[in-house]
Design a protein around this ligand. Sequence first.
Ligand SMILES: *Cc1c(COP(=O)(O)O)cnc(C)c1O
Length: 458
Amino acid sequence: MSGAERRGRAALPSVDRVLQSAHALIGAHGRALVTEAVRESLAARRNAGTAAAIDAVLADAETALARLARPSQRRVFNLTGTVLHTNLGRAPLPEEAIAAAAEAMREPTTLEYDTAGGRRGERDDHIAGWLTRLTGGAAALAVNNNAGALVLALNALAAGQETIVSRGELIEIGGAFRLPDIMERAGTTLREIGTTNRTHLRDFAAAIGPQTGLMLKVHTSNYAIEGFTAAVPTPQLAALAHENGVPLVEDLGSGTLVDLEGWGLPHEPTVAEALNAGADLVTFSGDKLLGGPQAGLVVGRADLIATLARNPLKRALRLDKIRLAALEAVLRLYADPARLAARLPALRLLTRAAGDIRATAQRLQPAVAAALAGIARVDIVETRSQIGSGALPVSLLPSAALALLPLRRGGRAAEALAQLLRDLPVPVLGRIEGGRVLLDLRCLEDEAGLLAQLSAPR
Ligand SMILES: *Cc1c(COP(=O)(O)O)cnc(C)c1O
């Protein structure tokens, strides 16, 4: 035993002695966690050979327990300029959906129960009526997410057969979602046709045969192929598919229910348009442009929806009562398009006028500049926000940002400043551009909350 070890051992209290003085901590965190934290503190101090009184060990334990008590998934300020940010949870939900989800969490519900007949009901009935009304489709169902919807459709309609897709649409969405891999897992054989930039109807016609299970059209949501390009419009694809008795499935990705042009946004194909153009099934996400909870929605021909509903994967991918309640509440808002932008946060943020965002910047700039005095210069700049989640990848929305220029120059000064903002109690997430941290204010609705923590002592 070294001298340091002997001194350390002699000068540290026992676990029991520390616990005898830990009533307050045990009251707050429970005996098991406090005991573990005390043991860890004593072990660390013993290894370092440092002596400690009971109070110091308790202080260590308190710090460790406070860290543990903080939720891992925390609120953040999304000032990245990407409205539907996948890593930040995509669409913020409307109050109506939050209330519905909270009630569903607290109490038993009619999830799969028909009170009129006193018998079992279908969980998809809560949303199918709204989806068919809003899209003109004959039937609808919901699963965990759009990736799941695609797996389900491919497996239910084309397992053991071929699925024809244009090479221009073999997408990777991110997070290990690559269409060829998804197809393999769904048990269907990918039949790629055409080239990256050009695919013609004759390419589809040549590939179709008795081995064909379905034709798939994928909305190239997170990139754009420009220049010398050709893709086959849905009506022609649908006609070919139907002549050959093969279903056409269109994965719209974001898949909006309303024409966004009405709010001055670029056009994104709507679910109704895809169905009218002849797609037999359309799949899309619940938490992208739709502005709801994570979900994968499938709308279209009733016989095909029934086939999907009977597939065992549907059971594995089904939605829980909480998200179904939230989704139902969001879909109900679509029944009144005139008030949609005011009530649906995703649309409210996407349609926020640049002038309004600039006014927010002007209100905030003096306070943020004061809070960052000596650290950064704060200017107001024009910028462009993105919709995010792969929607309309090349369209950018005019916005305004606070640009924070670090006063301490150096290679990684902007990164250090960004870290400082991420370390705030509610992390503030911006983006780094040209040596500055840009805080795009499009998605800032809680100005008071941001200011309160910026002015809090650091
Ligand atoms: C986003 C997207 C998906 C995946 O949807 P999730 O709801 O995230 O699972 C699939 N296809 C396309 C075209 C997409 O844009």
